[in-house]
Design a protein around this ligand. Sequence first.
Ligand code: UDP
Ligand code: LCN
Length: 804
Amino acid sequence: MASEKVLKRSDSIADNMPDALRQSRYHMKRCFARFVATGKRLMKLQQIMEEVEQSIEDKQERSKVLEGLLGYILTSTKEAAVVPPYVAFAVRPNPGFWEFVKVNAEDLSVDSITTSEYLKFKEMIFDENWANDENALEIDFGATDISTPRMALSSSIGNGAGFISRFMTSRLHGGCDSSKPLLDYLQALTHHGENLMINGTLDTVSKLQNSLVAAEVYLSALPKDTPFQNFEQRFKEWGFEKGWGSTAERVRETIRILSEALQAPDPEKLELLFGRLPTIFNIVIFSPHGYFGQSDVLGLPDTGGQVVYILDQVRALEEELLLRIKQQGLAVKPQILVVTRLIPDARGTKCNQELEPIVDTKHSHILRVPFVTENGVLRQWDATAKILELMECKPDLVIGNYSDGNLVASLMASKLGITQGTIAHALEKTKYEDSDAKWKDLDPKYHFSCQFTSDIISMNAADFIITSTYQEIAGSKDRPGQYESHTAFTMPGLYRVVSGINVFDPKFNIAAPGADQSVYFPYTERQRRLTSFSPAIEELLYSKVDNEEHIGYLADKKKPIIFSMARLDTVKNITGLTEWYGKNKRLRSLVNLVVVAGFFDPSKSKDREEIAEIKKMHALIEQYQLKGQIRWIAAQTDRYRNGELYRCIADSKGAFVQPALYEAFGLTVIEAMNCGLPTFATNQGGPAEIIVDGISGFHVDPNNGDESSNRIADFFEKCKIDVEHWNRMSKAGLQRIYECYTWKIYAKKVLNMGTIYGFWRQLNKEQKLAKQRYIHMFYNLQFRTLARNLPIPSEGPQQPTPAP
Ligand code: UDP
Ligand code: LCN
């Protein structure tokens, strides 16, 4: 097998490739001659393999060549830029690791080339003048990253906070002087001008240590549940303020953790300490994208999981903040503000309301700031003043969402000097092949020049990046990650990025979202079931009429249902699922198909992609004569009813299918699994990580419909023979959720990140500042010009701007 010939880390491809080529010189000469025969072009792996197949016709000979190192190099190649007589390879032997080499097709000589040289090869294909322009703008964020530590292993990617804790441990080691930054950090902790934890009298580490010893002795004599107030005065005499804990026991624990961290820091102690410090009370979350509202918004343009994610995130963060504040013994009111755009023409939603309390929270609000005023489109938008007015103080943490929100978050965080996290949900760059090199063609529709520029600015500005899965950062063995695709890329005519982001940067963290468990709970919890929805759901699934809400019907009510729910975007592939079902007689005989997606009248849509999908759905129902076996339900907006819908599908002993061509994370997968519904989900993107194939659900390959529909049919056949099989999968899905995908786990992780990276940005101040200066220049010279030139959209059918 080719994959067994893995190079050692120390081996470079440039060093090993000449030998490998020599060993198969005859075949390789032919092969490279084919590569260059048609002139300049960009080849992807599949094309490379096709050419190899054509050049080495004999199957045995071919596998012999491919079994060796050469096969390994070729299969690890992500793309090759052909500029005769050279073929420049971008090889990715492992997630995050790239090497560039050029091979001369005439004499098969191999040279290692730099990232910049590789990108120039690529540019030769798209814009030769630019490639040869010595003054072409090159962006190198790595150049300002001199002292930032880097992780070394692909497997460490995504655990940035853990790595930073270890790194900080070594910085804090070595006595009082080394621990001073921690003391400074504690001294700076305040709330509304009031000191927390320690006051100015403890101005040296040894003074702090002495006070800690005295306090611990004192506390050991007190009953565990003594409230902090009872010894607050005494504590002040030692230089301590509020925030240590609510009871003597909790305070003593915190004191011990800090003492140990000062004496001999270790990463676990440090993380424990940071989880307890009163550092975060006020959070601003930016989410200008789409229609941000609490009801009736899902399915509106650009409005999907991001809104669900943020509302659930706010609830989870507030709950965790309230718990922590209580444990800290404080009486502080936390505030979370979701800042979005105010949409005057709100289509019956509340998106035209300025301030709206968030349901199921005590202190959180949505703040909507207008983009359009009576005087036209607001070109400059500064929400900072409004936020400061509402919060009556600076926020402690700013979190951005998606390209637009992240950019605003970066600007505000830099202006106010506060810790910033970013979330992408989905980065657009990987959604379209060669979206960077072909940016000029795509720009009129998608404005990628602007979007990629803002993405790269906020990735670099952020103190930490929250991702939902590993693959979002660094992909898989075969597929580069969404962030990884920003490591090096080029937009000929605009700029060339030789170092955009480094996936080994410890700012990357995985904190996967969950699903609201008060809405999405197992179908087996009978007493909690929302039976008031039963008649409506019965009608929704089984009535025989076509109306505004549903078309098609299910003739055989006894069959299990395979179910899917998504926006009717091409990438969601609901039409693909319908076709798999239509084609597979065995599957059709075993189950019915129900999909919730978009709506039925193409003339009502403004989105070209959606219009095409609606038409395709109708055509497929016709072509495969699906009436009687399919129910197509229009987009649903009531999440409580949706929760019950998933459970009713589980009652039918059915399954959820998420067939997307690519899915960044996939909240519906989590929702279905929370309801105990066995789930089949795409192997392209996040769901491949959520589900352990064959254990907690199944993967399906959206590019191989027959295989996928047969997998689903096999499952239902097996369930017929072994009734327990369905129950086992249902339970295993739930177990996976409880272990890895809950909002509680998420909230703890994110708040800890806020504190850890807050301290880290202080330790790393000079480095941070240098980078900020570079970003500032890039923003002013590049981004603002691009943004200024954006056309203002007019009415009429819109190009899709896929919801993240
Ligand atoms: N959703 C919904 N009604 C619909 C389609 C989707 O309520 O008609 C919800 C779904 O339950 C989920 C979210 O919208 O909470 C979609 O999130 P996902 O991550 O699956 O995809 P996205 O739309 O964000 O790409
Ligand atoms: C955007 C997407 O495309 C989905 O894959 C995610 O689940 C959703 O946002 C929430 O992060």
